[in-house]
Design a binder for this molecule. Structure first.
Ligand code: PDD
Length: 290
């Protein structure tokens, strides 16, 4: 074969093997991988790669259904099917196949993928040019990206604690939830994190700000702290699927509940607008989206 794709036992050319959309790689990047090089049908440093692979999996609380030896044997079987003296050997394991929900699914088992392609040995004696780039990994929360692993892990932590959501902080600053934005009422003011690269600019958040304007509720978009979160009159989370819900407890402590009328006003406004706009079912799509 010129290239090889393997998915849970299915083998074919890379362009031919099919993956179910509900594989958690698609929705969350929820998996671990390794890449190694094979020359003359010997995979270089395979033991080390397999060791790191199992370690990465354990760190994500994934339990492979294959032993280290079985994995090595499988990789060697597949390497022998590809007609190239030097090969790139890539494999990954994803948490499984399940309907999209951030926390770990209850009933699923890992999926094993392997990709083998011809590899051209580099001329390592050639000189190369480089550039520097600021390390901004995990600083792109304003992009609705599929790389949701930190969100998945936080969401699972919340679920394990019997909670609906995990609230992220950086230093002392509250940013957002694992799959929602977080806001507070403090002395009659609606406070929400600023729209920068540390939060997703939530559509529900934007609607809440608009409703505050209509209701005459002042809005403050400067960062608020963990202390201010705990001391807030109300704590709210907002997202497309939760709309706008308030919190009763945070880390097991009673919170909020001190501005129920204000909270209700804002929730009513949100729900009224939702009902009004979704009732416009007879309106042509072009007008609805104008
Ligand atoms: N999540 N912040 C994060 C990290 C989110 O994932 C979401 C939405 C929000 C709220 O955005 P919006 O109001 O536009 O839904 C904020 C969706 C619901 C999800 O991942 O399922």
């Amino acid at each position: 074969m010129e290239t090889l794709g393997y998915y849970n036992g299915d083998i074919g050319l890379l362009d031919e093997v099919r993956i179910p959309m509900n594989d958690r790689a698609c929705w969350f990047g929820d998996g671990v991988y390794e890449a190694a090089i094979s020359a003359d049908y010997t995979i270089f440093a395979l033991e080390e790669h397999i060791h790191r692979f199992f370690n990465s999996a354990a760190l994500l609380q994934m339990v492979p259904e294959i032993t280290k030896t079985q994995l090595a044997e499988l990789l060697y079987t597949l390497v022998h099917k590809v007609d190239s003296p030097t090969q790139s050997v890539y494999w990954q394991m994803t948490r499984g196949t399940a309907p999209r929900t951030h926390a770990f699914p209850e009933h699923t088992s890992p999926n094993l993928w392997v990709m083998i392609k011809p590899f051209t040995m580099p001329d390592i004696y050639q000189k190369v040019q480089l550039i520097t780039v600021e390390d901004t990994r995990f600083f792109h929360c304003n992009i609705k990206t599929l790389n949701l692993l930190p969100n998945v892990l936080a969401s699972e932590k919340a679920k394990q604690a019997g909670c609906a959501e995990a609230v992220f902080y950086r230093g002392n600053r509250i940013t957002e939830g694992s799959h929602s934005n977080v806001h507070i009422f403090q002395d009659g003011v609606f406070r929400t994190a600023p729209r920068d690269n540390l939060i997703l600019p939530g559509i529900s958040r934007a609607h809440l700000i608009t409703h505050c304007g209509e209701l005459g509720i002042p809005v403050d978009e400067t960062p608020f702290t963990r202390e201010e979160l705990f001391a807030a009159d109300e704590i709210m989370i907002s997202s497309t699927s939760t709309f706008c819900m308030s919190a009763s407890h945070l880390n097991g402590c009673k919170v909020g509940g001190r501005a129920p009328e204000l909270l209700r006003q804002l929730q009513d406004a949100f729900l009224d607008a939702f009902r009004r706009l979704t009732r416009a079912g007879s309106m042509p799509i072009r007008e609805r989206c104008a």
